[in-house]
Design a binder for this molecule. Structure first.
Ligand SMILES: *Cc1c(COP(=O)(O)O)cnc(C)c1O
Length: 387
């Protein structure tokens, strides 16, 4: 799948995605530093660690001391499980119907999102004749996943729904944590506390990345950051405190001259206003660059902004390089799509979306270069020798 070396003959792919595992680790340490000594910092590595490659990212975080990993699906958990010793892997989307045996065999921890899931997990524990770990999710007002007030009431009355289940903690999720002034935050916190009362003595988990920045009241016992680990700004109204973890550059595959009256790209959408030089880059919507970038998007070369000219194709974009001296850029030059001049969040803004969607949409055609992966194998090795 992902390769981490650039072949001597240059790129075999159209574009180079650099993933900085040192930055991911720095971000983890930074978030952990915001927490009280008794609060555990987990890591959300669902959707292939937001597109960065969970098989690289999760071990990097493991080497940093993380022992609580969150994925969305059972399959994602099964894939990572062999790499994450002495860790808990939680399945956020819940216990899948019929997935009880696979989940239990691999030692994964399902989030129980409904009474039905509680029953199913409890019954499986009875079949195996042992206690099975789980997390209980209550709906704190997002109406997405988790047990409703009514279900919890039924639960409390019924009493034994969780026989054989070792509930590790009770969790809920914030809907508006990226807007600190939103009234939903305090309301959700109050509701979560109220519902969690039904599970006396159990640890609690509420905060995602942005939730960590809402203050200690939101931290509880374990936090679940994802986006901030990968460099997305968890506090959009303020300067990003996180380190960028991703760089993306695309190769120039052709440079051409165009004149006034010419047309560029599908639909003949773009017409140069005079003699121009155009560069075609080997990256397109098949690599996650939305077509919306055809209206006002830009990429960067040596600090110079290069406007995207015309529509985004599946495998290429055309950019106007007229501003650059002719000898500065040619076939094989590498153009920044994400980097010092355009952050993931900037690119998301130009696409009309959010950084989360940019990262998870990056696709699988890039040459991938993992920085810090070598140190990681050494660190992991030391860990193995010590244990
Ligand atoms: C995705 C997810 C997270 C991580 O959220 P970020 O905003 O990426 O930090 C945490 N908890 C749950 C339940 C999630 O689904």
């Amino acid at each position: 799948m992902a390769r981490s070396v650039i072949k001597s003959g240059g790129l075999h792919a159209g574009a180079l995605l650099t993933i900085d595992l040192e930055a991911v680790r720095w971000n983890y340490r930074f978030l952990r530093g915001k927490l009280g000594a008794r609060v555990r910092c987990g890591a959300v590595v669902k959707a292939d660690a937001y597109g960065l490659g969970a098989q690289y990212v999760a071990p990097a975080l493991h080497a940093e001391g993380c022992r609580d990993f969150f994925v969305a699906h059972l399959d994602e958990g099964l894939l990572l499980q062999p790499q994450l010793s002495a860790s808990s892997i939680y399945i956020l989307n819940g216990l899948p119907n019929g997935g009880e045996a696979d989940c239990a065999d691999a030692g994964l921890v399902p989030v129980l999102n409904s009474l039905d899931q509680c029953h199913a997990w409890s019954m499986h524990a009875a079949i195996l004749g042992k206690r099975l770990p789980a997390v209980v999710q209550v709906d704190g007002g997002m109406n997405r996943l988790g047990m409703s007030q009514r279900e919890i009431a039924a639960w409390v009355k019924g009493g034994s729904q969780l026989a054989g289940v070792d509930v590790r903690f009770v969790m809920s999720h914030l809907a508006c944590a990226d807007v600190p002034s939103h009234t939903a935050n305090a309301m959700q916190l109050a509701k979560f506390r109220r519902l969690a009362e039904h599970f006396p003595g159990l640890p609690r988990s509420l905060a995602n990345s942005s939730g960590i920045f809402l203050g200690k009241d939101f931290h509880h016992d374990i936090v679940r950051p994802g986006a901030a680990l990968y460099g997305i700004n968890p506090i959009p109204a303020r300067a990003n405190p996180m380190r960028a973890a991703v760089r993306l550059s695309a190769g120039v595959i052709q440079v051409r001259e165009a004149d006034k009256g010419d047309h560029v790209g599908y639909g003949w959408d773009f017409r140069p206003s005079g003699p121009s030089r155009l560069a075609t880059l080997s990256i397109g919507y098949g690599d996650g660059l939305h077509r919306a970038l055809g209206k006002g998007g830009a990429v960067y070369f040596e600090g110079c902004s290069l406007p995207i000219a015309g529509r985004v194709s599946m495998d290429s974009i055309t950019v106007d390089v007229s501003e650059l001296p002719p000898d500065r850029l040619g076939v094989g030059s590498h153009i920044e799509v994400i980097g010092d001049h355009q952050s993931v969040d900037d690119l998301a803004g130009a696409m009309g979306t959010i950084g989360y969607e940019v990262l998870t949409g990056l696709g699988h055609r890039y040459e991938r270069n993992y920085l810090g992966a070598a140190d990681l194998s050494r660190a992991e090795l030391v860990g193995e020798l010590q244990s």
